[in-house]
Design a protein around this ligand. Structure first.
Ligand SMILES: N[C@@H](CCC(=O)N[C@@H](CS)C(=O)NCC(=O)O)C(=O)O
Length: 213
């Protein structure tokens, strides 16, 4: 499999973590978002949505959207399940993932930030304030949920899909110097994950394709 990925893309980082948790061999194909390679014609032929990640399967098809890729991985590689078995718990687990993927991440995507600083002429401080606002608002619900686990990870002894979505979002929060002191549970969960080989292998610092980008 080939994963089209940018090292700092949190959506691509989700897929990198899941591939590592499931122990699946893959090759990283770098797409440099800082030079808009995601909009280059050859990339659009693969993924007309012009976003990373995209995953080209051994059978030749290319999948877009991290959520769709992760569901495909979960359905086709069932050995290391990333959701709870119980349907209600599974829906609750999915709700947390979607809160990150649908209600936090899209508001802070690169093209949104570029629109704020470009056509809307917001300065850096205002853009950073926007970024912090949506993460802080969104993390409140996640913090409460993590507190109720009473276990090291969302699946007890193992991380699951929640960590696949959350840890890249925490990385973004650190990158934008957001105050995470109101979220001690999230910070502690992130630290536990960082000690696991799957998460360290998938970390952006291990995909340094574009120094200085
Ligand atoms: N909903 C998409 C979001 C993908 C996405 O926003 N990717 C970002 C990087 S994290 C991107 O490619 N941004 C390029 C751009 O905004 O032009 C997914 O989960 O795959």
């Amino acid at each position: 499999m080939e994963l089209y990925s940018y090292f700092r893309s949190s959506a691509a980082y989700r897929v990198r973590i899941a591939l590592e948790l499931k122990g699946l061999e893959h090759t990283i194909v770098p797409v440099n978002l800082s030079t808009d390679q995601q909009r280059a014609q050859h990339y659009l032929l693969n993924n007309p949505q012009g976003l990373v990640p995209a995953l080209t399967l051994d059978s030749g098809e290319t999948l877009a959207q991290s959520g769709a890729i992760l569901e495909w991985l979960e359905e086709t590689h069932t050995d290391a399940p990333l959701y709870p078995q119980d349907p209600v718990q599974k829906a609750q687990h999915r709700a947390l993932c979607q809160h990150i993927a649908c209600d936090i991440h899209p508001l802070n995507n690169l093209r949104v930030l570029r629109y704020l600083s470009g056509p809307l002429a917001l300065d850096r401080e205002q853009v950073n304030g926007w970024y912090a606002h949506w993460i802080t608002l969104g993390f409140k619900a996640i913090e409460d949920a993590v507190e109720t686990f009473g276990t090291d990870f969302s699946l007890g002894k193992h991380p699951g899909m929640l960590e696949v979505f959350l840890i890249p979002q925490v990385y973004n929060a650190y990158r934008f110097c957001i105050d995470l002191s109101p979220f001690p549970q999230i910070v502690a969960l992130d630290e536990r994950c960082q000690h696991l080989p799957a998460f360290s292998k998938a970390h952006p610092s291990n995909q340094i394709d574009f120094p200085g980008a």
